[in-house]
Design a binder for this molecule. Structure first.
Ligand code: PR8
Length: 492
């Protein structure tokens, strides 16, 4: 695909995912096909979360004074909040914010709900729309002003250790989720200047879209006791003392759907992982004048069998050319197509076409064993799509030894470049600026930024580096000993 942006825009329209002609900038309409992909994606996430979390639903409006309570938080969002100032013709005494995220909607209630250590831990999530007045260039699903698929989890814990554990828990949850969707990712700790407003630290998942730009697709925030102190969320310990709780929150957005579409798609259009495909199998009858009814009847029978095995199947019996149907289902990303004509019926075979590999095979439909074969082909598709996506993701990762090399790599090959950095904020900001302005000649731009998420080296990684004689590495900017690796990428 030569121009990813153009491809992405066209496929959203052609495959009827999103209509971006709605007359409010950054707010789009989910069309039936897109809505189904969204529904099945959320189903996967719900299935994972429901094991440990409870789903809730909070109001969309937040009173001005609640939003303003947590100073750092409100500062971080002040330029992005939409305000409701009137009820009909009456000016409201207290302005109401459209939630940009729900900490300040939920936590005053948590303060009422949390009583005793026996109430903890508490784990909630909600899937809602949130509003952010983005000033950067908006793009459907990638940077929107109404985030329609905002899954936010909020957890409450008695101790700092449990809170840390929950961060790791959340990382595991997202790993599992993205793995099921075949979306590759890099996990890193954000630099202090790029963390969620009010958090102690932020861990983020980034993927890479086909144009080589990084996209943040999920975040996990350790909120420590910041919000607990602001909203007075305390619990009674076993000994009868009152202590502030520790909290985490973590979220994903419409960007997950953007990644499914962008990462797996190709020149022919969408290529959907079976788990989220509106139809996992489409059956196309190959009809000639003679024996048409027999073929249709046979296909209906196959359709019924696959449906009763729990698959999402569509029998496309429209009276149009088979070639036109092929084109359409390939463009819409249906993972598997069965073609059945008179000769196949005679031979007790069906042609099976895999959308991911664009390959045809023949399977026997003599006995009902074909149902298991279809199921196992679908799981092979899931596996192969994931492998392929990780393959191209890894090709976009490179190391650099100098600032110039890092900048050159980004300029030439995009992707994510990693290198050693001392961990000092002033040095990090200088480095960011060097890459962005001095070397690439990029002036302040609203649509393009260079982010530097940091990856803290774990104990195991340090040991490994020492083995490789790499522990004495220096920061590529200031030359001081480096305890961190960091990365730089052109981001959405
Ligand atoms: C929180 N509070 O809010 P976060 N369009 C699409 N996706 C977006 C946009 C946008 N304009 N802005 C952010 N995201 C926490 C955690 C409750 C849940 C994506 O965290 O501000 C981000 O990339 O980091 C991130 O993956 C997710 O929304 C959560 O946003």
């Amino acid at each position: 695909m030569t121009d990813f942006s153009e491809w992405f825009h066209n496929i959203l329209e052609e495959a009827e995912i999103i209509d971006d002609r709605y007359p409010v900038k950054g707010m789009n309409v989910w069309q039936p096909q897109g809505f189904k992909i969204r529904k099945y994606t959320l189903e996967i996430l719900r299935n994972i979360l429901d094991k440990t979390h409870e789903e809730v639903l909070f109001p969309m409006l937040i009173p001005e004074d609640e939003l303003a309570k947590e100073a750092i938080h409100v500062k971080g969002f002040e330029e992005e909040v939409y305000w409701i100032t009137h009820g009909g013709l009456t000016e409201l005494n207290k302005k109401l914010a459209l939630r940009p995220t729900s900490e300040t909607a939920m936590y005053p209630m948590f303060s009422l709900w949390v009583r005793s250590h026996t109430d903890l831990p508490m784990r909630f999530y909600q899937i809602v729309n949130t509003f952010r007045y983005e000033t950067k260039h908006t793009r459907p699903l990638i940077r929107v002003r109404e985030i329609t698929t905002f899954k936010e989890a909020h957890t409450v814990h008695a101790t700092e250790e449990e809170c840390e554990e929950e961060v790791q828990n959340a990382v595991k949850i997202y790993k599992q989720f993205f793995d099921m969707l075949g979306i590759p990712y890099m996990i890193s700790k954000r630099p202090q200047w790029d963390k969620f407003p009010g958090a102690k630290y932020t861990v983020a998942f980034d993927t890479i879209l086909p144009d080589g730009k990084a996209l943040q697709i999920g975040t996990v925030h350790n909120l420590d006791q910041t919000f607990a102190k602001t909203f007075d969320i305390t619990y009674e310990t076993e000994e009868g003392d009152h202590k502030y709780v520790y909290q985490t929150c973590y979220g994903i957005s419409d960007r997950v759907i953007a990644s499914i579409i962008g990462i797996h798609g190709d020149e022919k259009g969408l290529c959907l992982p079976p788990a989220v495909a509106p139809y996992q199998v489409v059956i196309v009858p190959i009809i000639f004048k003679k024996g048409a009814e027999e073929v249709l009847e046979f296909c209906r029978n196959i359709e019924a069998k696959l449906k009763s095995a729990g698959l999402r199947v569509h029998f496309d019996d429209r009276d149009i050319r088979a070639g036109k149907k092929f084109y359409e289902h390939e463009m819409r990303g249906v993972p598997l197509r069965m073609e059945i004509g008179p000769r196949d019926i005679e031979n007790k075979n069906a042609v099976v076409f895999r959308r991911d590999k664009l390959e045809k095979d023949t399977i026997s439909i003599e006995s009902d064993d074909f149902i298991d074969e279809i199921k196992s082909t679908l799981s092979n598709i899931t596996h192969d799509m994931r492998e392929k996506a990780w393959g191209s993701f890894n090709k976009h990762l490179r190391d650099a030894e100098t600032v110039e090399e890092a900048a050159r790599e980004i300029e030439k090959n995009m992707g994510i470049v990693t290198f050693h950095w001392c961990g000092n904020e002033a040095c990090g900001k200088e480095l960011e600026e060097k890459v962005r302005v001095d070397i690439l000649g990029v002036r302040e731009s609203k649509s393009e930024t260079y982010k530097m998420p940091l990856t803290e080296i774990t104990k195991e990684e340090i040991d490994l580096l020492q083995e490789e004689g790499a522990a004495a590495r220096e920061c590529i900017n200031c030359g001081k000993p480096s305890t961190c690796r960091t990365m730089i990428a052109k981001t959405y």
